[in-house]
Design a protein around this ligand. Structure first.
Ligand code: GMT
Length: 376
């Protein structure tokens, strides 16, 4: 099985990596394709192979052609090693490159079915750029099977594109055991971030505009006036500079800690109390699900697929995008009510169980079988 993904800490790369590693555990041979090693990929595991897509730097080109390099890499591996199918995560330009590989291989009588998983901004943002739209629509329609990570994203896809294919919703998943195992140094680490009586709010993202990081700071500014607390920001991205200005303006420098990307997210989530995700768009919100698995209630916007993950009034609260006053009020009342906070923590963990890998993996396995049957 070939898996094509982005190597970053973004949700699509994480899901692709976890999926591949789980399939490898079950004896499948998994070949990852990306321009660098995916953030959570462990290449020392059996049955895992990584193919770095190498881009030549020819000075004539202002923009080096990544899709050309990716399709060549897939073709080479398919010819040398043999691939039964290729599963691309994030349509742009992965579905397009995979289609080109399929066509090249057909010339040599080699079949390569393609499965495309739509993840979010490939549909709701980037896919809608006029310069990309036709190619994105074409390559989705040329895939042998198409999946989306939420009902909301499926609807958005049909709204924006003329899709002739059935889109199957297969939600994102997590391995709950990774988030709940006991780690003794946990308490000790908590003291690095907060006093014993203080609460910890946390946000995890790639700090892009769509994540509304300034809203995170606005919410925290209101919360810390009522509840003694600290804010941890995990991740890196272009919006941090603006958010930091707000942190300084509100005199919060001692209360807000930006820790960059962390490979072990589990411990920091588990020492926190509340997760904040006020995104303008979110097809699913894998970061919220990971937080819930670690027992954190979530205060989020109700954008996209977030309400499918964060159940309003049960695992946290959802509000309209930008309504920082309501988000802050809900956070304050939850943090002040220990009994309710514990109940929400419990609810969050239970909700995360529904998205456990064991409840989702078989859906991909069945889809692979269907696609392979059809192509033979
Ligand atoms: O959120 C991001 O900016 C990263 C992006 C990605 O492609 O990695 O995330 C998208 O895919 C994730 C995994 O399916 C979803 O959990 C995120 O909600 C989705 N992001 C957006 O829709 C903004």
């Amino acid at each position: 099985i070939g898996i094509v993904c982005y190597p970053t800490f973004g949700g699509s790369g994480i899901v692709a990596t976890e999926l591949g590693m789980e399939l490898a555990k079950k004896g499948n041979e998994i070949h990852f394709f990306s321009y660098s090693l995916p953030a959570r990929l462990n290449t020392t595991l059996p049955n895992i192979f990584f193919h770095r897509v190498t881009i030549e730097n020819y000075p004539l080109f202002q923009y080096q052609p990544y899709d050309l390099a990716l399709s060549t890499s897939i073709v080479d591996v398919a010819k040398k090693i043999g691939l039964d199918l290729v599963h691309v995560h994030y349509a742009i330009p992965h579905a397009y490159a995979a289609y080109m590989s399929k066509k090249m291989l057909e010339e040599e009588n080699i079949k390569l079915p393609i499965i495309t998983t739509l993840h979010g901004t490939d549909i709701t943002l980037v896919g809608q750029y006029p310069g990309y739209k036709s190619a994105v629509e074409f390559s989705i329609n040329q895939s042998d099977a198409v999946t989306s990570v939420s009902e909301s994203l499926k609807k958005d896809t049909h709204k924006t594109f003329q899709i002739k294919k059935e889109i199957q919703v297969i939600p994102n998943f997590i391995d709950n055991s990774l988030f709940s195992s006991v780690e003794p140094p946990l308490l000790c680490l908590r003291s690095n971030f907060a006093e014993k009586e203080e609460k910890i709010l946390i946000h995890v993202s790639n700090l892009r505009k769509v994540k509304r990081i300034e809203d995170v700071i606005e919410i925290f500014y209101r919360v810390q006036k009522e509840v003694s607390s600290q804010l941890i920001i995990v991740g890196e991205g272009p919006e941090w500079n603006n958010a930091e200005k707000l942190v300084v303006k509100y005199g919060l420098s001692d209360r807000v800690k930006s820790v960059g990307w962390l490979r072990n997210l589990y411990s920091i989530l588990r020492l926190s109390d509340l997760f904040i995700l006020p995104s303008a768009e979110e097809s699913f919100g894998l970061a919220a699900l990971e937080a819930m698995a670690a027992g954190l209630p979530v205060i989020s916007s109700n954008a996209g697929g977030l309400p499918e993950v964060n159940i309003n009034n049960v695992t946290g609260y959802t509000f309209n995008v930008g309504d920082v006053d309501k988000m802050a009020k809900a956070a304050i009342s939850l943090l002040k009510n220990e009994k309710m906070l514990n109940q929400f923590k419990q609810n969050a963990k239970e909700q995360a169980q529904k998205f456990d890998i064991k409840n989702v993996l078989f859906k991909y396995e069945n889809l692979y079988k269907e696609v392979l049957n059809e192509s033979n």
